[in-house]
Design a protein around this ligand. Structure first.
Ligand code: HAM
Length: 455
């Protein structure tokens, strides 16, 4: 038999219109990854972040700091002028760009300079001194990412402006120490004094001479720092440079009477309040605005490398003037939250400690669509009475919901089934005894409050 002709082949199909359907567009969509050095903070992390924020806020309120929120975007010049050319932050790490109007702006790498700007701009020099300010928010540094080092990270900071007294330096160290104590992380304070400008200049000369004599042992970065910013030589983390650094002249030997007295008093305060500290003669901090007291906070068992510094700060008596204000003595510190949480988790893991999640007074279990509808209304009423209720409206089986309630370790569960909706009642189950009680929905808040001992 002759094979049938494939007529379909001969019929010329009208050309398909080549418009992109939303489906083909969708197929093409690629998935996106994070920008290098950034990280998401997920709900499972929330308990750590919340506890850090509340601890920071409680300390701020106890020590009478007022909260300031400065913008993330600032003029680039503000940071160049304050942090200083020749520092890693300014030379290598700023997210600086030209805005569409041609102005030079950058994502703040830290907030002390912003606080100084805000203090001047908002006339805070004219109110009773000292002015105590605190802040919480993201900072940005284009550094090489690694564990605990991100390009966007959070800091909480406390600044005391208009205070010369060494008690202000000690107060800030006490706040930092208490922050970690309240979280349950043992820390130690590393402290040094870098004196005033003249003392530092004389010391820098001595340091440069010493390092020149050791030039052959230095890493490439240190060779460059030698001419540009010799104090930064003491920040070097290269293993080969460490022996040279340890033998370097100590800045403390270059301090005059006034600087020495200030430092001694700070240490006396720390002794008095029982904050453990260790003197570190190579601690100079990576930002140029400091004078006299400088300090950093490390996990107690830490090796003391800069990577693991949880926080740091110091006195910056010339900064306000440098950015256009009146001469205003000041001291401050900032704690890195991302890094502190990492250290906290590590410590808890080693010591088998658990940070509790959200705590609820009761759990609300509902069965069926009608109960779900009523549940939302009742949940809202309970919220207004200050009762913390756990619930999961996505679950319909009582078994599942009781399991969740068990995980939350709540003392009582409110159960709402079809019958209770019709009768306008609810069941309250005591999770310890298993005893159940039916109550009128109108009396639910009162009965629960009574059971929780809040009536
Ligand atoms: P800082 O030492 O540059 O000081 O930063 C303080 C803390 O922020 C560090 O100890 C660290 O925990 C955290 N941090 C810094 N860079 C990163 C990063 N790339 N990734 C994760 N965490 C980081 C300052 O910023 C000064 N403004 C502190 C201050 C306030 N001085 C006087 N007042």
């Amino acid at each position: 038999m002759k094979p049938k002709k494939n007529i379909a082949k001969k019929v010329k199909k009208p050309e398909a219109k080549k418009t992109k359907s939303p489906v083909s567009e969708e197929k093409k969509a690629r998935s996106y990854s994070l920008v290098r050095g950034m990280h998401d903070i997920l709900p499972k992390e929330e308990k750590y972040w919340k506890k850090c924020f509340h601890t920071a806020e409680d300390l701020a309120s106890y020590f009478q700091f007022g909260r300031v929120e400065t913008p993330i975007l600032e003029e680039t010049g503000l940071f160049i002028r304050s942090i200083g050319k020749g520092t890693d932050v300014v030379d290598k790490e700023m997210y600086a760009f030209e805005d569409s109007d041609g102005s030079r702006v950058c994502l703040r790498p830290e907030a002390t300079a912003s606080i100084a700007r805000s203090y001047i701009m908002n006339g805070m020099a004219n109110i009773p001194q000292p002015v105590k300010l605190w802040y919480w928010g993201p900072m940005f540094r284009h550094d090489r990412p690694q564990a605990g080092r991100y390009r966007q990270f959070y800091q909480v900071g406390y600044e005391i402006l208009g205070a010369t007294d060494p008690s202000a330096d000690a107060e800030l160290i006490l706040i930092a120490y208490n922050f970690y104590k309240d979280l349950g992380i043992p820390v130690e304070v590393h402290i040094n004094s870098i004196g005033n400008k003249e003392e530092r200049e004389r010391y820098k000369e001595e340091l440069t001479n010493y390092y020149r004599s050791k030039r052959g042992y230095l890493c490439a970065d240190c060779k460059a720092r030698l001419n540009r910013n010799p104090l930064r030589l003491l920040d070097c983390k290269e293993a080969d440079c460490q022996p040279v650094k340890e033998e370097a002249p100590k800045i403390i030997d270059w301090l005059g009477t006034e600087s020495n007295n200030h430092f001694t008093k700070v240490l006396e305060y720390l002794d008095e309040i029982g904050v453990p500290y260790s003197l570190r003669h190579t601690l100079v901090r990576g930002l140029d605005y400091y004078n006299n007291t400088v300090f950093e906070i490390y996990p107690a068992s830490g090796e003391g490398t800069a990577q693991s510094a949880l926080g740091g700060g110091g006195r910056y008596d010339s900064l306000l003037e440098q950015v256009g204000g009146r001469p205003t003595p000041a001291v401050g510190m900032a704690l890195g939250i991302d890094r502190s949480i990492l250290a906290w988790k590590q410590y808890n893991e080693q010591n088998k400690l658990v940070v509790s999640g959200p705590e609820y007074d009761v759990f609300f279990a509902q069965l069926g669509d009608d109960s779900k509808r009523v549940a939302l209304r009742l949940l809202d009423c309970l919220r207004h009475s200050g009762i913390k209720v756990g619930f999961n409206l996505g679950k319909s089986s009582l078994k599942n919901q009781m399991e969740i309630a068990n995980n939350f370790k709540v003392p009582f569960v409110i159960i709402l089934g079809q019958k209770e909706v019709q009768d306008k009642t609810a069941i309250i189950r005591d999770m310890e005894s298993g005893v159940q009680e039916v109550v009128d929905q109108k009396k639910l808040e009162t009965v629960i409050k009574k059971k929780l001992g809040r009536a």
